[in-house]
Write a protein that binds this ligand. Sequence first.
Ligand code: KIV
Length: 276
Amino acid sequence: MYKQLQQRGMESPPTNISMLRKMKEDDLPIACLTAYDASFAQLVDMAGTDVVLVGDSLGMVVQGHDTTVPVTVDDIIYHTAMVARGLTHAFLMADMPFMSYTTPEQALDNAVRLMQEGGSMMVKLEGNEGQVTVVEYLAKHDIPVCAHLGLRPQSVHKIGGFKVQGRDNAIAKKMAQDAKTLQSAGADIILLECVPNEVGQNITKLVDVPVIGIGAGPHVDGQILVLYDVLGITQGRLPRFVKNFMDGAESPLAALGAYVNAVKTGAYPTKEHCFS
Ligand code: KIV
């Protein structure tokens, strides 16, 4: 559990949003991972991860659903509270699940629950220009927000599958414009999923806030992967951007350390993990 007061003045204090912004400014890659319980959160934290996300991916990797759509606010709170107990340094972000932010008021109620009951420090929502008023409202109430663009898994049934986004020039342009607009609305971080390298690079240059990528190429400010993918737990066909860091590692902690090191040194992602 964070002991913010005790850790004040320590050599390595807990990560906060100012530190993440400074990492972007200084060109220091931000290493992020998902986690869903206290034991794994502790390992992820010990490995030196900067940001931990309690993602609604838990619907797939923990609950066994085919999509993230069935995940509820109560589910996210339950897992976020467990993860918070395992962390001492990493910045904790929690997903706003499907249909939990359809109006500014509903979004605020749910975001407050994720922060007060779960202990998250930032909420993440999947958005484009349709979520600008929600982001504005949350920012107006000092709720830190990460806006998730590119492939938005909560929209999988509308999109028609988990597909790379932004290969089309007009869509890439629109995504860049949305990133800028969401930043102006108050988003503190942009997360980009499954986009060509060029789109990731362009948006990273365009906005001042940190851009975290998953399948968004090497030219973003940070990388995130689903914990179970990094540890080789997920079975079946995996997305191109996934790398199993358990290969050749002595322990889960060593594998997580190898992931963090690979992100920080730029050794991950390589061409084989990227989309063009
Ligand atoms: O839900 C999740 O884990 C996510 C990551 C894939 C970024 O949104």
